[in-house]
Design a protein around this ligand. Structure first.
Ligand code: PLP
Length: 449
């Protein structure tokens, strides 16, 4: 693409005049103006092209500007842009069918939302009404969204400034062997101790007061901690024992990211409620939702469900979901994510870890990987302190800048970089990104001792 720096400057000036950005001190940010995107790449107005190893916010699973999805949105726009949620609409029914056919077990009813946080809000509401109980248990090192209940369920520092209405939310520790909260030495020990800790938390909270346990099947932004074998099955068993609703949040893990339609299937568990968003239509139009079990759906057969949204099941969003899911099936995109992860990204990252003193651990599956960056491999001291900002975060900022100079757009969170490209990424693109990452990690190595 031809460079047009003047156009880029105008876009940025207009942004700075009127756009109020998420999660940011408005006077301290410098948003990069973007001219376009296609497949695994996007580019700015200065002629720089970036390989997108972040999939934006880990949502463009099908890549940028997939022609079938673009065409479906255009076609739907010409036919019927919007309609209230109370009507039956062909594309909404079809999207619900395609999703329900892929969700695990008997999760066959779909409540549509505009995104992930609203999906979590509604899942929690359903669980509380279904059980008549108030408390919801969630994990530290988690992210569930930025609306009232979802941010309080979140187990990372994004919760702190909004932690005023956390009534009914109790946090516990999930398994994470590399930084084990249980001083475990093996995955099996970590699994057993994490389950015992969860059960004890429930006992001390009072099982009769716990409506739901919500977990990310594979925690995403908090560090891509693949759960040890048996952990999720153990949580399922605990939920069954105490009549607690099991909610799996697959907003980030679902729709191909882990190399399966849903990560729950890879771990052999069926939750009672499953939240999704992001990859359902790669974010081309805002969409999320809750997949609901037969038993919970039956609770609202004769009793009205007290929740709704003007744009629930929006036709443009549903048309893009139908096209996305069909394209993913036709083009074997989920299979590609699994294969690239197993054959290229996983081995590539492990080789990189051997070359760099700053890479403490490589973990992940599919196109869902994290590098845990450390000052020292022996002590595992994180490259930057937990929730560091400003000067304390300089090593990560330098690493991210080095990636960008090398044409790679990284996903960076605290002391980690995540390798989360599109599920459509080719072997050549993945190798190009790994080479750029390998070079950029030299900037992190400079801070090791
Ligand atoms: N749940 C998980 C696991 C997420 O990763 C996210 C967003 O990153 C959310 C919920 C919130 O989704 P949204 O930003 O669409 O509200």
């Amino acid at each position: 693409p031809a460079a047009d720096p003047a156009a880029g400057s105008a876009v940025k000036a207009a942004d700075r005049a009127h756009v109020f950005h998420s999660w940011s001190a408005q006077g301290l940010i410098d948003p990069l103006p973007i001219a376009g995107a296609e497949g695994s790449y996007f580019w700015d107005y200065d002629g720089n092209r970036y390989l997108d190893f972040s999939s934006q916010l880990v949502n463009t699973n099908i890549g940028h500007q997939h022609p079938k999805v673009v065409a479906a949105i255009q076609e739907q726009a010409g036919k019927l842009c919007t309609l209230a949620p109370g009507f039956a609409v062909d594309v909404r029914s079809e999207a619900a069918r395609l999703i329900a056919e892929r969700t695990p077990g008997d999760l066959d009813k779909i409540f549509f939302t505009n995104g992930g946080a609203e999906a979590v809000e509604n899942a929690v509401r359903m669980a509380r009404l279904h059980t008549g109980r108030a408390k919801v248990l969630s994990a530290y090192r988690s992210y569930h969204g930025a609306t009232a209940a979802a941010i309080n369920l979140t187990g990372d520092p994004r919760r702190w400034p909004s932690d005023t209405a956390s009534a009914g939310v109790v946090h516990f520790w999930g398994p994470f062997l590399y930084r084990s909260p249980f001083h475990a030495e093996t995955e099996q020990q970590e699994c057993e101790r994490a389950l015992a800790h969860l059960e004890q938390t429930i006992a001390f909270e009072g099982p009769q007061s716990v409506a739901a346990i919500i977990l990310e099947t594979v925690p995403g932004t908090a560090g891509i901690m693949v759960p040890p074998a048996g952990y999720l099955a153990g949580v399922r068993e605990i939920c069954d024992r105490y009549g607690i609703v099991f909610i799996l949040d697959e907003v980030m893990a679902g729709f191909g990211r882990t190399g399966a339609w849903f990560a729950a299937d890879q771990f052999g568990v069926t939750p009672d409620l499953l939240t999704f968003a992001k990859g359902v239509n790669s974010g081309y139009v805002p969409l999320g939702g809750v997949a609901i079990s037969a038993e919970i759906a039956a609770t609202f057969d004769t009793r009205p469900y007290p929740g709704g949204l003007t744009y629930s099941g929006h036709p443009l969003a549903c048309a893009s979901a139908v096209a996305t899911i069909n394209a993913m099936a036709e083009e074997r995109i989920v299979e590609n994510a699994a294969e690239i992860g197993e054959k290229v990204i996983g081995p590539g990252l492990r080789a990189i870890a051997e070359r760099h003193p700053s890479v403490g651990e490589v973990r992940g599956l599919g196109v869902f990987w994290a590098l845990d960056l450390v000052k020292n491999k022996e002590t595992r001291e994180p490259l930057v302190p937990y929730n560091a900002s400003g000067a304390a975060n300089a090593p990560m900022a330098e690493f991210a800048a080095a990636c960008k100079r090398g044409g790679l757009w990284p996903f960076v969170n605290m002391n980690r970089t995540h390798v989360v490209p599109a599920c459509t990424i080719t072997e050549a693109e993945a190798k190009e990104g790994l080479t750029a990452l390998d070079e950029a990690l030299t900037a992190a190595d400079a801070h090791t001792h």
